[in-house]
Design a protein around this ligand. Structure first.
Ligand code: C2O
Ligand code: CU
Length: 553
């Protein structure tokens, strides 16, 4: 009965898809199921899509329409978010639990109907509820429109590389324990590269990821950091990379032997296989954590017993703002070509300044009487029980307030030794933007508890990262150095530890859009907020009506 009804919905929705000459409708079926999986010599059931870790890769073209049916067969509430897809006027398909939709309950299904308008490159999808994205994630590859080529030489082959992390214990239990005790959750037991940890003699099933290549070719590696809580350094012994795209936006070519990818970021690399023969270590190493995932780049024709050329993986101290981080972030430039212009807003309607950081709150039931909280402008976000987008669209009162402050309520020396940061307040507050207004947002790290970078991610948009620096942002001096010509365009940016980063965008996408740190533990602690972009007056400037199968709370 249910299945028939869903099929009818799919058919009706398929008919509503505007017919365009080139764009195709692609259908995917995502069954969320539990699957016993072995890693680090021990087996545990994990929540997967179609039994796979990482989940299946979605391959589409710019301007295609995707119809993805998510069927929830597990005991958890689930949502799936299409990270980096702008979902123009269509927040209903954004998949953010309690922000754009109520979760898909056990036994229920939801069809995500959306277009990949004006976007090409590598993105990914992941669960957007509690910590389920640890194992519920996969790649989205958006190829250029038919007949359009890459702005760089055509590679021989394309490879998707999904970096993630793995806990021996159940991830939801790790989160719940941390929230109850008020303490920091335990770190993962390993990183993974396409689901593999590293070759381990004691468990033959653990063979490590192998990338088979032909000599003398160029490959695209579409590298995704799907890890919950880690920045990851990616390296291949003996080889260099050229970065050509980040977060589904082309960049001017940038050469490097090491790539740092924050949680939530994607990076496309050109790899030239110019060494001809041999085996070379691939490493994915996080800050400080000693457990590094390793794999092997294997030239076809090299015998298996050839020794692998190893490398020393980088392991800088926790969250430090290393020269490498700053170099790559600052050095990347968007193409800003005739085909791919950079459209940085030059006149600003809304100038926002948000402090981000961690704080403490008293908690009598916690292990040491206090709990760690996180905040933006001193507000720790309380998750509502109905989605903000529904409250906005149907004008339901009492779900949120639209008084999120444009500036921190108390000014202090944000990056000083002993900043006096008043206790954080709680609230479900949003910042309201008129349709098509231009926004500058300076994100200022506050060094309260720990010195760490925060990879801030905005839904519904990509934005230009126009400048960054260490210490406190200086509103007089720093804007003089902003790059308003060809700044990199992203959906996730690392705010330097003990520093600031400025972004600009045009609020041309009506709806409710989550903004948060992509370090999942910081999201769990409340380092999140939402922007509400009002409808415009034109014919295509309002939020679309919700689909009939939108899940109910
Ligand atoms: Cu990749 Cu709000 O998330
Ligand atoms: Cu963070």
């Amino acid at each position: 009965m249910m299945a028939t009804w869903i099929r009818v919905v799919v058919l009706v929705m398929a008919c509503l898809v505007p017919a365009s000459v080139d764009s195709k409708v692609r259908r995917y079926n995502f069954d969320v199921v539990t699957k016993n999986t072995t890693k680090l010599c021990s087996t545990k059931p994990i929540v997967t899509i179609n039994g796979k870790f990482p989940g299946p890769t979605i391959i589409a073209r710019e301007d295609d329409t995707l119809l993805i049916t998510v069927n929830n067969h597990v005991d958890y509430n689930v949502t799936i978010h299409w990270h980096g897809v702008k979902q123009f006027r269509n927040g209903w398909a954004d998949g953010t639990a309690y922000i754009t939709q109520c979760p898909i309950q056990p036994g229920q299904s939801y069809v995500h109907n959306f277009m990949l308008t004006g976007q090409r490159g590598t993105l990914f999808y992941h669960a957007h509820i509690f910590w389920l994205r640890a194992t519920l994630h996969g790649a989205i590859v958006i190829l250029p429109k038919p007949g359009v080529s890459y702005p760089f030489p055509k590679p021989r082959e394309e490879k998707v590389i999904v970096l993630a992390e793995w806990w021996k214990s159940d991830v939801e239990a790790v989160l719940n324990e941390a929230l109850q005790t008020g303490l920091t959750p335990s770190r993962s037991d390993t990183q993974t590269i396409n689901g593999y940890a590293k070759p381990t003699l004691s468990c033959p099933s653990e063979r490590g990821y192998t990338l088979q290549v032909e000599p003398g070719r160029t490959y695209i590696l579409r590298v995704i950091n799907a890890a919950l809580n880690e920045f990851i350094y990616f390296k291949i012994a003996g080889h260099n990379f050229t970065i050509v795209e980040v977060d589904a936006s082309y960049t001017k070519p940038y050469n490097t032997d090491t790539v740092l990818i924050a949680s939530g970021q994607t990076t496309n690399l050109l790899l030239t296989t110019n060494l001809g023969t041999g085996k070379f270590m691939i490493s994915a190493s996080p800050f400080k954590n000693k457990i590094i995932a390793t794999g092997t780049l294997h030239y076809i024709g090299t015998s298996n017993d050839t020794a692998t050329i190893v490398l020393t993986p980088i392991r800088p101290s926790e969250g430090a703002s290393t020269p490498l981080v700053d170099n790559i972030t600052d050095a990347l430039r968007s193409l800003n070509s005739k085909e791919y212009p950079a459209t940085v807003p030059l006149k600003i309607d809304h100038s926002l300044f948000f402090t981000i950081g961690l704080g403490m709150k008293s908690c009598p039931t916690c292990t040491i009487g206090i709990r760690v909280v996180a905040h933006i402008n001193n507000i720790t976000f309380d998750t509502p029980s109905t989605s903000l987008l529904q409250a906005h669209y149907f004008n339901i009162k009492g779900v949120y307030t639209d008084d999120f402050p444009a500036n921190p309520p108390n000014k202090f020396d944000y990056t000083g030794i002993q900043p006096i940061n008043p206790h954080t307040m709680h609230g479900t507050r949003v910042y309201r933007l008129p349709y098509n207004s231009t926004v500058q947002l300076v994100l200022q790290d506050t060094v309260r508890l720990a010195l760490e970078s925060h990879p801030m991610h905005l839904h519904g948009f990509s934005f230009y990262a126009i400048g960054s620096g260490l210490g406190n942002f200086d509103p007089v001096k720093d804007p003089k150095n902003f790059n308003l010509i060809d700044p990199v365009e992203r959906n996730t940016v690392s705010v330097p530890a003990g520093g600031w980063l400025a972004i600009r965008f045009t609020a041309n996408n009506p709806g409710v859009w989550f903004m948060h740190c992509h370090i999942e533990v910081h999201t769990s602690w409340g380092m999140t907020m939402a922007l509400v972009v009002d409808n415009g007056n034109g014919p295509n400037e309002s939020v679309l009506p919700p689909p009939p199968d939108l899940p109910k709370c």
